[in-house]
Design a protein around this ligand. Structure first.
Ligand SMILES: O=C(O)CCC(=O)C(=O)O
Length: 256
């Protein structure tokens, strides 16, 4: 099981994919209700809320780490020994803002420090460094804001040529794309893609659950998962939570 040939074409071309209907409406409603309980609190003037370790919000959020529908994408994009790296949520309401375009291959835009963001294709195999699977708990229409990217920049050779005003969202550019999604869709993107969060303009709230994965040998976050802090952890999930290593590392999913 892996990406379809068309998905491979699209990911190689653009650096991201939208996988439709990963969650059904009832599941979206349930996750939204549970999120209300797990992350209560009012917005401040930033109209932006974010918190980490949403996978600890209970069994439903834990199960998103290795939801069967996303497994072929994890293996296809990160390899058989993929691991969960870190997770967090982004909630926004109208007027909310969050930084600038960032990411990009090798060097992280803005910071100037070397990043471990990469995309490679060799002999029919795609591989990525840190890769994001965002569960969307609300629809996003064109112009609403939220996740955006510059398709194809996971392979750009001219990262430093991106104008600062475009990077800061001070000037719109046709090559910055904000994908439309339905609630229940998952956006997958490599951090090697230039991406960011556009100001949120819709009257409804944005709720995005971000689960980020690394190949088995690497890590972005310095905080590793501890299966003992979760309930009913399957052998598979324990393997996916294993800290980074390379020698003799088991496959994350046995039967694949
Ligand atoms: O979904 C978003 O708003 C973008 C998230 C982001 O910038 C990231 O994952 O690094």
């Amino acid at each position: 099981m892996s990406l379809t040939t068309e998905e491979t074409f699209m990911f190689d071309l653009e650096g991201y994919l939208v996988v439709k209907n990963v969650l059904c409406k009832n599941e979206v409603d349930e996750l939204n209700n549970l999120a209300d309980e797990a992350f209560p609190g009012a917005y401040d003037e930033s109209n932006f809320r974010r918190t980490s370790w949403i996978s600890k919000w209970g069994p439903k959020f834990q199960a998103l780490i290795d939801r069967p529908r996303i497994i072929p994408y994890l293996i296809g994009l990160l390899g058989q020994q993929f691991r969960i790296d870190h997770d967090y949520c982004i909630f926004m309401r109208k007027g909310g803002k969050a930084g600038r375009l960032h990411g990009g291959p090798r060097m992280q835009l803005g910071s100037g420090s070397p990043g471990d963001h990469w995309y490679a294709y060799h002999d029919g195999i795609i591989r990525n460094g840190l890769t994001v699977f965002t569960y969307c708990l609300n629809p996003v229409k064109s112009g609403d804001g939220g996740f955006c990217c510059i398709p194809g920049t996971h392979k750009t050779n001219c990262l430093k040529n991106l104008p600062a005003d475009v990077r800061m969202f001070d000037r719109a550019a046709h090559y910055v794309v904000q994908p439309e999604v339905e609630a229940g869709d998952v956006i997958i993107f490599t951090e090697a893609l230039v991406h960011g969060t556009m100001p949120w303009t819709a009257d409804y709230e944005r709720r995005a659950l971000l689960y980020k994965y690394s190949p088995g040998h690497s890590s972005w976050s310095g905080n590793y998962y501890n299966p003992d802090e979760y309930t009913d952890v399957s052998d598979q999930l324990r393997r996916i939570m294993t800290p980074p290593s390379i020698g003799e590392r088991e496959k994350s999913v046995e039967e694949m």
